[in-house]
Design a protein around this ligand. Structure first.
Ligand SMILES: NC(=O)c1ccc[n+]([C@@H]2O[C@H](COP(=O)([O-])OP(=O)(O)OC[C@H]3O[C@@H](n4cnc5c(N)ncnc54)[C@H](O)[C@@H]3O)[C@@H](O)[C@H]2O)c1
Ligand SMILES: [Fe+2]
Length: 478
């Protein structure tokens, strides 16, 4: 008998399997330790191969390039009444907590209860309750001046995105000093005090994201500090804390969340290059961010309108807060794209809330992206509740954009940039500024040049959805 030297081959066979009832899959079969000629294809499942082969199946779209990345808090707690866990959590991080909030929230009974709970757990607190919306740069200096001598072990942010972003900036400057400007951009933050984020709005996702957004008086557009070190150690999400949000805040914050999820899900696929996540905080679409984005879209699709119309509907409130959280988990790594890029200059000119600006832009941006992201838009339509019926991907994608526009109209989102107050003579300036926000533009599935961006902004100004879908002057996509 001839003894073969043991040779280990690893064969990867990519076999399309369409008979599994789950739609089209690619199966990667790995076979080791058998004599076979590299390059020989085989069907897995034969008696000879059964013991030696292992098949792993992926959806077709992910087959050859499966890639995922997620940067998240150490602990995420979500649910009615979870705020009562704060004393136990805080006491694991030390004995001294600096709390950032605003005047309105500091006056609420839930906040008084939070302080009493921390005191009972023997955690000393110092409260800064003058956080302003959109976090003006110099207000951060005033905030930490009060906290320096207190020498906190942790920072707790209680409030909307503004209070959470203030808490992130405070945690950074209290541990590393310097000026906020030193940290603008990506990966400039060397570390931070532990942060516990307790959101009271359902929208920004700041409780899980690696970014703090601030207004700098020396810059026209708002600026971001982006670093994994800015991610809260704990995100503590209790939907009861959103019960007092008025309908307009519920709508604007919720529409921001839906925009995060949709922009993350339709973001460019920027590949599995090992350098990418090391060089950029926001890196485009991947398997894990898709998972969170679809969850967010499903929850917001089924409940944002209900929460807007009836703020006492606890189930709807919970869905919307969870949707905002999941959207944060998606865009915190994937990033957002053109709707956010255009909002930066529009927000600077019109002084309208962030969520209102991005949501106004979203249907036009989806129309612009239709030719490059038809499958993704059609797929997210399913999560949003658009009936598939016997529609093909093009028809489903079209119906999805109409559904987003309908939902936003139903919750009072402005329909056009003109209605938002953008002066007509600022359309070109807006397009130039938006195009300059490289990190967001790079993330868009369909590329831009200045002419294309001008057409998009003009279309959103005029309320002309069809014009937003134009590929180039005079040529319609659909
Ligand atoms: N860091 C991030 O990842 C991220 C993402 C998106 C947006 N942002 C930023 O977040 C900010 C917007 O945050 P926001 O939309 O949460 O609003 P916000 O924090 O600016 O708050 C808006 C108003 O709502 C009030 N409010 C908050 N919670 C309330 C409640 N439960 N009941 C009643 N009123 C309440 C506040 O007191 C405030 O007056 C912007 O500065 C934006 O740039 C940050
Ligand atoms: Fe946003």
């Amino acid at each position: 008998m001839m003894l073969w030297p043991i040779q280990y081959y690893i064969l990867y066979d990519f076999i399309e399997d369409t008979n599994d009832g789950l739609g089209s899959l690619y199966c990667i079969t790995v076979r080791t330790g058998t004599k076979a000629e590299p390059g020989n294809s085989f069907r897995p499942g034969s008696a000879a191969d059964a013991a030696l082969s292992q098949s792993i199946c992926f959806e077709r779209s992910q087959s050859m390039t499966l890639f995922a990345a997620a940067r998240l808090p150490r602990e995420i707690l979500f649910g009615k009444g979870q705020r009562h866990a704060l004393p136990a959590i805080a006491s694991r991080y030390g004995r001294r907590a600096f709390i950032c909030t605003d005047e309105r929230l500091a006056g609420m009974s839930e906040f008084t209860e939070i302080l009493a709970g921390l005191e009972a757990a023997r955690v000393d607190t110092l409260v800064y309750d003058r956080t302003l919306p959109e976090v003006p740069r110099d207000s951060v200096g005033a905030c930490i001046a009060e906290a320096k001598s207190f020498k906190p072990d942790m920072v707790i942010g209680v409030g909307g995105g503004s209070c959470l972003d203030m808490a992130k900036c405070a945690a950074l400057l209290l541990s590393h000093g310097g000026k906020l400007q030193d940290y603008y951009g990506e990966f400039k933050v060397p570390g931070s005090l532990p942060l516990i984020a307790v959101p009271t709005t359902a929208g920004t996702g700041s409780e899980v994201t690696p970014v703090a957004v601030i207004s700098d008086p020396e810059r026209t557009l708002k600026v971001g500090i982006s670093s994994p070190h800015l991610i809260a150690a704990v995100a503590l999400c209790d939907p009861d804390l959103t019960a007092t949000c008025p309908p307009s805040l519920t709508a604007i914050a919720g529409a921001d969340a839906l925009t995060h999820a949709i922009e993350a899900f339709t973001a460019a696929k920027r590949g599995a290059d090992a350098d990418l996540p090391q060089q950029h905080v926001f890196i485009g679409k991947s398997a894990l961010t898709d998972h969170f984005a679809l969850l967010a879209i499903r929850l917001l699709g089924r409940s944002l309108e209900a929460a807007y119309h009836d703020g006492a509907n606890e189930n709807a409130r919970a869905d919307v807060m969870m949707g905002a959280l999941a959207a944060g988990c998606a865009f915190g790594t994937a990033g957002t794209a053109a709707a956010h890029a255009v909002q930066y200059p529009v927000g600077a000119l019109t002084h309208t809330p962030h969520g209102l600006g991005v949501a106004t832009m979203l249907p036009y941006v989806m129309s612009y992206n239709l030719s490059a992201a038809t499958e993704e838009i059609a797929e997210l339509g399913g999560a949003l509740g658009v009936p598939r019926q016997d529609r093909d991907a093009d028809q489903l994608a079209d119906a999805t954009i109409k559904e987003v526009a309908r939902l936003f109209k139903a919750i009072g989102i402005t329909r056009t940039l003109a209605d938002l107050g953008l002066p007509e003579d600022k359309i070109d300036w807006t397009a130039e500024q938006a195009l300059g926000i490289d990190r967001l533009i790079k993330n868009n599935p369909r590329p831009f040049d200045l002419a294309a961006m001008r057409r998009l902004v003009r279309a959103a100004y005029d309320g002309d959805m069809a014009a937003a879908a134009i590929v180039r002057d005079g040529a319609r996509v659909k």
